[in-house]
Design a protein around this ligand. Structure first.
Ligand SMILES: C[S@@+](CC[C@H](N)C(=O)[O-])C[C@H]1O[C@@H](n2cnc3c(N)ncnc32)[C@H](O)[C@@H]1O
Length: 268
């Protein structure tokens, strides 16, 4: 990165105290061991590919769906309106999570309280909100740090239609602090977690255990892009719980169900 751009980035972070913990973590990562090297990514991608099953098989293997049944699907009209809103925003943001898996997992688990990290256009937010148990008090808390210097804050969550925004809280902060804040807001008990923000090994090693601890027994844990590094594989090895891997638009998604047998996962 040219010196002027580096200086601009430094000033951008300096002006935002809520980003300082995130900035320190980035600096540490830069000078520490590389857990996201191409070799480790290749290993993670192969590990995930070897385990990939369909969404229906994943939900069945975790006990959310009866064998031979089809997962519930999100209403097409909602998606069409969301595509139109996203098209009109004309900004470039991160790619969508697996809407089909998220919607079905939310409905089938009877989720009333969920936390997700990483919003961008808000496809995953839309899917979770559309699937929430609609009794009063249902809640999705989303944590999102808009990309530095991109000026896209106004468009974060643009795909979420107005009628689904009741019961949606957006914490506009980096995971470091934002995740802890979201867990407090959720009363430290969550039915479903979706992780789709900081994809580095260290980012996941920080947030996975916090989110996992907040998940109720029997709750659903979903993480995007698990083929980027070995964090999901290592986390599952420590938790020793049932999990499955699906594939959405070439990216691997991990889904697990929390059982009582959790053991601690140490952050690197
Ligand atoms: C891949 S996009 C999320 C896509 C979204 N889940 C969907 O399905 O539409 C990743 C988002 O996470 C945000 N993000 C990246 N690193 C983050 C961090 N450390 N803390 C919070 N948000 C972060 C990005 O700004 C971006 O909005």
């Amino acid at each position: 990165m040219p010196v002027i751009e580096k200086a601009k980035t430094l000033i951008w972070f300096a002006q935002r105290p809520s980003y300082w913990r995130h900035a320190v973590a980035l600096a540490r990562r830069k000078f520490g061991e590389d857990f996201d090297s191409p070799a480790l990514q290749a290993e993670a991608s192969q590990w995930a590919s070897e385990r990939t099953v369909s969404v229906a098989e994943a939900l069945t293997s975790l006990g959310f769906l009866s064998a031979g049944n089809r997962p519930p699907e999100i209403e097409q009209g909602v998606l069409l309106r969301a595509h139109e809103s996203a098209r009109q925003s004309k900004v470039a943001m991160g790619g969508a999570g697996d809407i089909g898996l998220l919607y079905a997992a939310t409905v089938l688990s009877g989720t009333r309280t969920a936390i997700e990290t990483g919003v961008a256009y808000g496809w995953s937010s839309l899917a979770i909100l559309a699937g929430l148990d609609t009794r009063e008090g249902a809640l999705l808390i989303s944590v999102d740090m808009p990309y530095p210097k991109m000026d896209n804050e106004a468009f974060v969550g643009v795909a979420v239609p107005d009628e689904l925004r009741v019961g949606w809280l957006l914490v506009r902060e980096p995971d470091r602090r934002g995740v802890e804040k979201a867990i407090e807001m959720a009363g430290r008990s969550v039915d479903l977690v979706h992780y789709d923000s900081d994809k580095s090994y260290q980012g996941r090693a920080y947030a996975y255990p916090l989110l996992w601890d907040a998940l109720r027994t029997g709750g659903v844990f979903i993480s995007d892009d698990i083929g980027d590094n070995l964090a999901f594989r290592d986390f599952m090895a420590h938790q020793r719980v049932p999990f499955a891997v699906t594939c959405f638009e070439g990216k691997h998604v991990g889904i697990a169900r929390k059982h009582d047998s959790s053991v601690e996962f140490r952050s690197k």
